[in-house]
Design a binder for this molecule. Sequence first.
Ligand SMILES: *Cc1c(COP(=O)(O)O)cnc(C)c1O
Length: 466
Amino acid sequence: MDSTQKDSRCPKKVLTSLAYYHGVDLLSEEFAKIMDENDPLRHFRERFAFPKNGTLRGSDSNLVDEKSDCIYLCGNSLGLKPKKADEYMQAQLDKWANMGVEMHFEEPLPAALCDRYGREELGHLVGADPSCVTLMNGLSVNLHLLLLSFYQPTNIRYKILLEAHAFPSDRYAVRSQAELRGYNPDEAVIEVSTRPGEQTLRTEDILKVIEDEGESIAVVCMSGVQYYTGQKFDMELITKAAQERGCIVGWDLAHAIGNVELQLDKWNVDFACWCSYKYMNSGPGCIAGAYVNKRHNEREVSHLKGWWSNKEVTRFQMKDECDTAVGVDAFRLCNPPPFLVALVKASLEIFEEAGMTNLLKKQFLLTGYLEHLINTYFHSGQLKAPSCIIITPDDVSQRGCQLSLIFSYPLQEIHKELQKRGVVCDVRLPNAMRVAPAPLYNSFRDVYRFIRILQEVFSICKSEGA
Ligand SMILES: *Cc1c(COP(=O)(O)O)cnc(C)c1O
């Protein structure tokens, strides 16, 4: 890599040259304004409902304008509602009211066929042939259904590998799967840890465990982007290394879909699952998704079945024997909820229009801008004054939108003061604050204002602490 290429992967350098080009100070509000004006995706913000300061529980009417939009930096946890969601959901409710059972075959999104929807769009987001993805259930359910098929332990190969401190649901899922098969999860589940004093995992350490223990590992089942640290794992490399050792590889893409580039087909991933309410903006607990590599269509994968596992053409013949569909479709059990698919549609339409490549370009600048401002203002060596460090990797190939911050001051205090001032971001115990500007609806000015407010909060914390 020559130095210009390297510079083009360093947001600070790119932002600095943009500021120079526009003749403004990188730290000025003017810069944020110019970046917003030149942002080709800026209009997408209007397509989302922003909570108002006045309706947020923690806001203080003495400190914020109640009628203004909050500063929403929490798309990692719950993406904002696309305004079209109401219309699409209402259309389904109306159809139910007006047609009853006949809604099953009535456009738009005929109830009985509504899980046809989204294959193309989801395929674009995860880098997969449309036939390899489907909408179904919730994430933890899908993880279990997929593990039930893909975790086929033998005497020699019976372990499951995931990262230490994984999202609890994933940890419970893999441990209970091991238990279900009669293993002691403490022995059968390998959790790869960070090195002492380090916050994120080194790829080489993950590869080392796969190298050393690969022969006893049945399934590698990590998250694509770690929920706590925001670290994106090298899914391609890990998949390849694990498969070379004979392991099956599945990814939990909860924090990855709609956030980072995914190429499941190209990376030859065995299976994957995700929820749709984080960067995917489809609403809390909304219908989730799953992927199964085409390669497994040939192989006999045993799985749990329900009537929806039938091929679509024979599904309503109500045969005693299941005429099982091919690939991921066979994993479906229930008839899908059109109300939820309507929400997914409201969201996926926007992704299609904006395009993941454009979103990633903006993410590079937007999260890089947040990173630069934090490092400029808050990265202080003295622990007495409040300071803050970013634990998310600074290498852009190892992260998405989110930066996870650790403060030298009690986290809950800082969070409370931010909430009073109309900032929405979240806290994850033991001690991280997650801040995630989403390129679909966040602006550079959101980030600028967040930083100004954090400065104000720090000055209060400082005087209170003194
Ligand atoms: C958000 C998230 C979940 C949540 O699971 P649900 O089944 O949707 O409640 C699980 N795993 C990971 C890694 C997550 O980020």
